[in-house]
Every structure is written in C-alpha cells, then in structure tokens.
Design a protein around this ligand. Structure first.
Ligand code: TXA
Ligand code: MG
Length: 329
C-alpha cells in the first residue's frame, strides 16, 4: 500500500504504479466513486489477471477508464451524438457509457459483447495514472466477486489481500457508490440505464430526456442485458434484511444482529438496546458515501444478520435503493 496525495499526486508514486502495470501487475487505485482494480486495458493477458484476482466469471464486462473523449471515441466503432453530449456533460465524472466497441478492444474486456463500457474518472490520482500509462485502464471495483465495492484502501486489502500488487491510498472516495451505467449502443432505441449510480437520473435526463430506467425487480433482474448486474452483488457476509423502523427491535435469538438506521424514530427505538447500531446520515448522498464502509465494518464485527431501515422511495435515493435491494436479495 502506497499513500498518495489526492489533490496533487506525487509523480514518483504515479511512476511506481505505472511500472507495476507495465510489468503486467495489478494496481488498485482510487476513483471518485470506489477503488478500482486496474490493468492495462488493451492487453488481454494482463486484463485476464483481474478476473483471476477477483474470481470474477469471464463473461462479465469491465469498464475501460479513459483520459477524455478522444481516447474514448477511439475505443468505439461508432461515437454517437448522444455519447458525445453525455461525455461533455458528465466527464470527468461518475457516468459510464456503453457504446459499440472498436476492434482494438479485447474480448476479455467486453465479455464477448459487441459493446464496451467507457468512463473518464474525476479523481486526480486515476487521471494521473491513465496519463502516465498513456492507455486506457480496465478496472472493475477492487473487491472479490459478489463482495462489497471498496471505498477505502483498507477495504481493498480486506477483500483481495495479496492478490493485488499495489494499492494506492488516497483516502476515502467522494461518492462511495459506483458510476451510473447507461447503454447507448443503439441509436434507434432510447438510452437505458443499466445501473443506478452516482450520476443522478435527473442530471442524465437533462441531457438525454428520453433515457429510461427500470428499477431492479426479480423480473428485470432475469432479463438483464448486463451480465455483471445480477442481483446478489454488493452484499456483506451477514444476511441483510430491509425493515421498517418498528421491526428493528425484533428479537432474533442465537444470531449476532446489527442494524443500519438513519431516521430519528429508529434511533430512538434502538437507544437502549444492546444491538450493534450503525447510524448513517439521512441525506442520500451522505448515506451512499458511508454505506459500503458500514458493510465492511459489519463484516469485521462478525454479524450474522444486518437489519437495514428502509430508505425513502424518492429519486435521490435511487442508487442506494438499488444497492440495498441487491444486498438483501
Ligand atoms: O464506479 C465504477 O463504475 C467503478 C470504478 C472503479 O470506475 N467500477 C465498477 O466496475 O464498478 P464493475 O466492473 O464493478 O462494474 C461495472 C458494471 C458491471 O455491472 C458491468 O456489467 C457493467 O458495468 N458493464 C461494463 N461494460 C458493459 C457493457 N459493455 N455492457 C453492459 N454492461 C457493462
Ligand atoms: Mg463491482
């Protein structure tokens, strides 16, 4: 693990990380969403190592991280007007564009799909690393398959151990939840949000009003176009159950029970219980920033059952709602 300055990444640290990548190694690096597990994205044998380290099934496509629209459009066989408008509105930032892939993109990156996911991150360390390497970096979240995305460098070590060659530590991530993924592969169809995330639906619709989003349900999950989006992702080891506040005090004999709460009502109900309680802020962005770290804490505490107070069913909570649905599925 190497500390690196978030605002002004030290050139020698970035160089050391680029050298690990050039030797075919894996480098975990911070982005504004979550930590990514990076390899040079156009070299199939190096990208292959990501799948081994994460124990991720080979059909799951990876995002290529780029340093701007020029690098992105070179990885696409067609760079549509929509792609260009969204890139200009959101990049650098937490929006991944799924577009038709160029022949230079290896199959291992796309899981054999005809499309590729592209994103320009906003984090200075991620941008410095891409610039230093001079090539796109393939990077999924830096956690073991099905586990929780890391929002701190220590989570990467907790989840992947020595299966990663170097972890760049720039402190906690700004958003703490992954990028929004939007499918732009077909010009004759409305853009479809494949994963709710740190870029809001309102902000996306301000650029492409026709964008559609179907919240996760059992039916939509089965019909998913994006193989990596199966539910049962993003889960801590404890069983997760979503409940309304009054059920936070239910007894579960023989189980080590913890609770994640945000409302005054829930806090009052649990005030005099011995239960492990994690209190998160009642604001959706602050809640999202803290959620995955809380899952890692729940794992470290060895909880069997994690009761999570239901969050409001309003648009600002869309990404949290999605992750909680997956964690509890
Ligand atoms: O915020 C993020 O997106 C983080 C940081 C590191 O950039 N990355 C991340 O990667 O979350 P990963 O691999 O954990 O999730 C990428 C998601 C998966 O659900 C995958 O199925 C989807 O993006 N995806 C990637 N390429 C795709 C494609 N060509 N078609 C459909 N879905 C794709
Ligand atoms: Mg992931």
């Amino acid at each position: 693990m190497l500390p690196v300055s978030r605002e002004t990444p030290e050139p020698e640290v970035i160089l050391a990380a680029a050298e690990v990548l050039a030797r075919g190694g894996l480098v975990a690096f911070p982005t504004e969403t979550v930590y990514g597990l990076g390899a040079r994205g156009l070299r199939a044998d190096e990208v292959e190592k990501i799948f081994v380290a994460k124990q991720r099934p080979s059909g799951h496509p990876l995002i290529l991280h780029v340093d701007g629209e020029a690098m992105a459009s070179a990885l696409a066989s067609r760079w549509s007007d929509r792609a260009s408008r969204l890139a200009r509105a959101f990049w650098p930032g937490p929006l991944t564009l799924v577009v038709p892939r160029a022949p230079s993109v290896p199959d291992v990156v796309t899981g054999g799909l005809a499309t590729v996911g592209l994103r320009m991150p906003r984090h200075p360390v991620a941008l410095a690393l891409i610039a230093r390497v001079g090539e796109p970096l393939a990077a999924p979240s830096a956690n073991a398959h099905m586990h929780v995305s890391p929002t701190m460098a220590a989570h990467v070590v907790q989840s992947l151990g020595d299966r990663v060659d170097l972890v760049l530590d720039a402190g906690p991530c700004d958003h703490g939840i992954e990028s929004t993924v939007i499918d732009l592969a077909r010009d004759d169809e409305a853009p479809r949000v494949l994963r709710a995330g740190a870029a809001s639906l309102d902000a996306i619709r301000a650029v492409v009003p026709e964008a559609v989003y179907e919240p996760l349900t059992v039916a939509t999950d089965v019909a998913r176009a994006s193989p990596g989006l199966a539910s049962k992702h993003y889960a801590p080891r404890a069983r997760v159950v979503l409940v309304d506040a009054p059920h936070l005090v239910d007894e579960h004999p023989g189980l080590r029970v913890g609770a994640i709460v945000w409302s005054e009502e829930a806090r009052a109900l649990l005030a005099h219980r011995s239960r492990t309680v994690f209190t998160l802020p009642p604001d959706p962005e602050a809640f999202a920033r803290a959620l995955f770290a809380t899952f890692y804490e729940a794992d470290a505490a060895g909880l069997d059952l994690l009761l999570i107070e239901r969050v409001p069913a309003t648009p600002p909570w869309w990404a949290v709602t999605d992750r909680l649905a997956r964690a509890s599925s």
